[in-house]
Design a protein around this ligand. Structure first.
Ligand code: ATP
Length: 387
């Protein structure tokens, strides 16, 4: 029986649980055994929460059953009913972490050993570009990791023999929608919905008091959340990293906002992506925009930073659907994989679930950041538009 493991890594996002559920159930449906790795790559590296002293071990055995003691393992088999109720839960119920040891080869060596001990040679990783890069590196190193494990007598040649190849499949869990080659990442539509709700709430006070609000939203180098939130709430002005405003943006913004006010608008909403900057890459801070609106446009202005509210809560219907369809495809991709197939990432392009080479998607994503750093904003926009 094939054993397929799933883990969530990097920042949490709504819908990750739906992906875990789909992978577990689809694996079982296809006659495989499903495993959940708890706390991201930390779970792979730690395997079982050792070192547990002998006294502690026997103490636990006396107090509980041996099964209970073994359940401290961070790589656990998941049954159909173990993922019941996962679809509507936010965040990730199997935990996530930023794991420094996995960045280094010794950490990955231990991770490989734990996977082989559990009989697992297929891993579905739900995370951002960092997590997916790490996963592909793990796969590339896999044969040499096995050699080293045998050399160091950590495992015998017979033990490693059935596990010559590691299958990796990526699913993108991120609210930022920052990965190239996919129209949507798991979590981005939940986050967008939450931002819209928050802006609607702020609108009430803004309209009552004729105030201006500067709202900072997440997204790091990617302006998707800010742009779509602006479109969805009818914001007056938006700042995004890929398309910074012109040199005289201060005047431009105030002129536009004054025009809107002269047309009878009682409120002003300006949305600033957390990675926003001007043409010279100087950060555009919400506090600076507030000062400008106060002094230059004469508006009573407040700043609202939404913070982690944007990342939390229950997943929107779209993310549940995306996570489920992509989780199903991930298991199919594992079962289709040959040693020569490059690791795929499961994407959504024009409403279709498709597989793309994981490394190419990550490389194209990095190109956007490079284009921004080089102040080549046309190229950054072009790359964001590209399939
Ligand atoms: P988010 O978009 O939320 O930041 P991410 O997956 O990009 O998600 P990272 O912090 O970059 O988040 O990566 C998560 C984990 O993946 C790291 O803590 C590390 O364990 C592993 N990882 C990231 N990059 C690499 C790499 N180049 N090599 C090995 N492991 C990596």
């Amino acid at each position: 029986k094939r054993r397929i493991a799933v883990l969530t890594s990097g920042g949490d996002s709504p819908g990750m649980n739906g992906a875990v559920r789909a992978v577990v159930r689809m694996a079982i449906h296809y006659g495989c055994e499903a495993y959940c790795v708890y706390e991201g790559y930390d779970g792979l590296v730690q395997g079982v929460r050792w070192p547990l002293s002998k006294e502690a071990f026997f103490g636990l055995v006396l107090l509980h059953t041996i099964e209970h003691v073994l359940s401290v393992s961070r790589i656990k088999e998941a049954h159909w009913e173990d993922v019941r109720g996962f679809l509507s839960e936010g965040g990730t119920l199997i935990g996530t972490a930023r794991c420094m040891p996995f960045m280094e080869r010794p950490g990955r060596l231990t991770a490989a050993k734990h996977l082989i001990i559990k009989g697992i040679d297929a891993l579905v990783v739900v995370g951002g570009d960092g997590s997916l890069t790490g996963a592909d590196k793990f796969r590339a190193e896999w044969p040499s990791l096995l050699e080293e494990l045998v050399q160091k007598k950590e495992l015998t040649p017979e033990e490693v023999k059935p596990f010559q190849h590691l299958n990796i499949v990526g699913l993108v869990g991120s609210i930022d929608n920052d990965l190239s080659m996919t129209d949507a990442t798991i979590g981005c539509y939940s986050s967008l919905a939450r931002i819209c709700e928050a802006v609607d709430s702020v609108d009430t006070t803004a309209t009552s008091h004729q105030r201006a609000f500067v709202i900072e939203v997440m997204g790091r180098h990617c302006g998707w959340l800010a742009l779509m939130a602006g479109v969805s709430t009818g914001a007056d002005f938006i700042f995004i990293p890929e398309s910074p405003p012109g040199e005289d943006w201060q005047d431009e913004m105030c002129t536009i906002i004054k025009k809107h006010r002269s047309m009878g608008k009682r409120k002003t909403i300006v949305i600033v992506a957390e990675g926003a900057h001007d043409q010279q890459l100087n950060p555009i801070k919400p506090s600076a925009v507030k000062d400008l609106l106060t002094k230059k446009a004469g508006l009573d202005t407040r700043v609202t930073t939404l913070g982690h509210v944007q990342r939390g809560g229950t997943p929107a219907a779209y993310d549940r659907m995306l996570a489920t369809l992509q989780g199903v495809e991930a298991v199919k991709a594992v079962l289709d994989a040959t040693p020569d197939t490059p690791s795929p990432v499961i994407c959504m392009i024009e409403n279709k679930i498709v597989r793309r080479p994981l490394l190419e998607a990550v490389a194209q994503t990095k190109e956007v950041a490079k284009a921004i750093d080089a102040k080549n904003f046309d190229k950054a926009m072009e790359l964001r538009d590209a399939e």
